[in-house]
Design a protein around this ligand. Structure first.
Ligand SMILES: Cc1cc2nc3c(=O)[nH]c(=O)nc-3n(C[C@H](O)[C@H](O)[C@H](O)COP(=O)(O)O)c2cc1C
Length: 208
């Protein structure tokens, strides 16, 4: 049984390009893996709350010392981490907002980087604890931030996501970018072709 987790993060649920691409990805994976089970989390429509003092306090409290109130406060965070732990394949939909992540996806990051759980401090430094999972990130951005583009350095979305995912051990990450969607459909078609090639098991020539 292959477990797929999809995370979408566009607040623009009906017309979202990244969400449509994630759905296409899930359809393709469903055809590829006959035994797929699929958990979906929409972080755009139902964003996790911003971290507050009580939540941070509970994150840094040992599990055997948590009060019932603290256990309740971190219930959603626990659920989000458990979804990640259960997944074999994770597909993340990421609209570019103001050169970075949509705030719902950033809030999710804040809830799943859990000290002592998804990462630990060891004598060799921090060590990510989630291993052996395949991650795909599908972005949509109005501009074109490809390596050859003059605005490439303004992409604070993909490098940031790569860093935080690697920090919790998710280091097998493939990015699929729908670039320049404000100017036309070419970037969307290219992303669709890349997704179809991946789900058909063809070599991914765009992988960077
Ligand atoms: C609040 C907001 C901020 C945006 N910021 C950027 C940006 O910094 N750079 C960019 O290229 N496009 C930006 N865009 C355009 C989106 O990246 C583009 O519309 C993309 O399709 C959003 O993904 P979605 O269709 O899945 O919601 C922004 C759009 C919104 C609504």
């Amino acid at each position: 049984m292959t477990q797929l987790l999809t995370l979408t993060s566009s607040p623009n649920s009906e017309a979202s390009i990244s969400t449509a691409l994630v759905e296409r990805f899930a359809d393709g994976l469903r055809q590829k893996h006959g035994d797929l089970t699929h958990t979906q989390r929409d972080l755009g429509v139902n964003p996790p709350p911003h971290l507050d003092q009580a939540t941070i306090g509970a994150f840094y409290t040992p599990s055997d010392a948590l009060t019932p109130e603290q256990t309740d406060i971190i219930g959603l965070s626990d659920e989000l981490v458990e979804e990640l732990e259960a997944a074999d394949i994770i597909v993340i939909g990421a609209p570019m907002h103001n050169f970075g992540l949509a705030s719902g996806l950033k809030a999710w990051v804040d809830h799943v980087l859990r000290v002592g759980w998804t990462f630990r401090y060891t004598e060799n430094g921090p060590e990510g604890q989630l291993k052996g999972k395949q991650v795909y990130v599908v972005t949509a951005r109005g501009g074109d931030y490809a390596k050859s583009s003059p605005i490439h350095a303004l992409d604070h979305q993909a490098p940031y996501l790569k860093t935080v995912l690697a920090f919790i051990g998710l280091d097998d990450v493939t990015f699929i970018h729908a670039q320049g969607v404000a100017k036309g459909e070419e970037g969307i078609r290219a992303a669709e072709a890349q997704i179809d090639a991946i789900t058909r098991g063809e070599p991914d020539e765009q992988a960077a």
